[in-house]
Design a protein around this ligand. Structure first.
Ligand code: NAD
Ligand code: LMR
Length: 329
């Protein structure tokens, strides 16, 4: 028997990530080749017409799995019945800004969206926040949805994870498929910590396979952590197709599970693991089992890793305090 369509709400549907994302969602790459989707697009009133244009193009693809498209400028309507919500709509930073500088401009978007998810989303709602600063925006949405289990709110560090895989693969001249157990810890910001002390390359600890601490500390980490800024510098616009790709990876693994013997990175609500204060939405090594992301437990952290994680988590705590001051949580 054919599966019932899954309602996927996408905010910022007329933006550049939206344009790279929606066609992949409608073609079945988000949830798998057997799952029909109904798209519910949310935009601000001024961008609804552009979203309608994208919807016309989606129609013109005649995707067999696309069971319908509705467009809204009201969060309550857009999130009604949503099973998956991709919160992309927010302003991107421009040259010279850090992602945290967007807090004031974007934070206000996520309170009403959290409230709308609380009011009307489906019981199995899963939320991925992409709009920056993603971790703290996810915290705002989560805090405003008290009836939804907190674990359903996540933020995207999968792009950083994928960037780390590629940088390491280039350095060692291996395929990304030979690398397992990569981790991004902390905030999706310049303080994030991509960890090569637990990643493995064909079974060898990645830091040992590299054998060059200076490269690890002075090239690898800054290249991954500042890649978003490098893309803005080069393109004149922030990453879009790679961000959409990471969103697809994040939700696909959440729903379908991570492969045995590997893990991935996602920002999830901390339960206090690894000394990250409970409630912060911080990136961890995670596996997905039975439709839930779970933090990988029991990893030993060396002094260097401990300091890096603590610095990023301190920034998350500051962002949380700032949005508290703004009355958003
Ligand atoms: P964009 O400016 O091209 O598109 C943003 C869209 O959001 C616009 O169409 C705008 O009208 C819409 N929007 C604004 N407020 C809205 C609201 N309240 N409700 C619904 N829609 C709204 O930007 P983009 O390049 O698509 O990037 C979107 C966000 O994603 C930015 O904040 C960017 O920094 C972030 N981003 C995050 C990652 C990550 O790894 N987490 C990666 C890339 C980009
Ligand atoms: C990215 O990592 O590419 C995005 O978060 C965009 C940005 O501002 O860096």
């Amino acid at each position: 028997m054919a599966k019932a369509p899954v309602n996927v709400t996408v905010t910022g549907a007329a933006g550049q990530i939206g344009y790279a994302l929606l066609f992949r969602v409608a073609s079945g790459q988000l949830l798998g080749p057997d799952t029909p989707v109904k798209l519910r697009l949310l935009e601000i009133p001024q961008a609804v017409k552009a979203a309608e244009g994208t919807a016309m193009e989606l129609d013109d693809c005649a995707f067999p799995l696309l069971a319908g498209i509705d467009i809204f400028d009201d969060p309550k309507q857009a999130f009604a019945g949503a099973n998956v919500a991709l919160l992309v709509g927010a302003r991107p930073r421009t040259k010279g800004m850090e992602r945290g500088d967007l807090l004031e401009a974007n934070g206000g978007i996520f309170k009403p969206q959290g409230e709308a998810i609380n009011a009307g989303a489906a019981d199995d709602i899963r939320v991925l926040v992409v709009g920056n600063p993603a971790n703290t925006n996810a915290l705002i949405a989560q805090a405003n949805a008290p009836d939804v289990p907190a674990e359903r709110f996540t933020a995207m560090t999968r792009l950083d994870h994928n960037r780390a895989l590629s940088q390491l693969a280039h350095k060692l001249g291996v395929s990304v498929t030979e690398i397992k157990k990569m981790t991004i810890w902390g905030n999706h910001s310049a303080t994030q910590y991509p960890d090569l002390y637990h990643a493995e390359v064909n079974g060898t600890v990645a830091a040992d396979a590299v054998g060059d601490d200076a490269w690890l500390r002075d090239e690898f980490i800054p290249t991954v952590a500042k890649r978003g800024a490098a893309i803005i510098e080069a393109r004149g616009a922030s990453s879009a197709a790679s961000a959409a790709n990471a969103a697809i990876d994040h939700v696909f693994d959440w729903v379908n599970g991570t492969p045995e013997g590997d893990w991935t990175s996602a920002a999830v609500v901390s339960d206090g693991s690894y000394g990250v204060p409970e409630g912060l939405i911080s990136s961890f090594p995670v596996v997905s089992r039975n439709g839930r992301y779970e933090i990988v437990q029991g990893l030993d952290l060396n002094e260097f890793s401990r300091q890096r994680i603590d610095a990023s988590v301190a920034e998350l705590a500051e962002e949380r305090d700032a949005v508290r001051q703004l009355g958003l949580i």
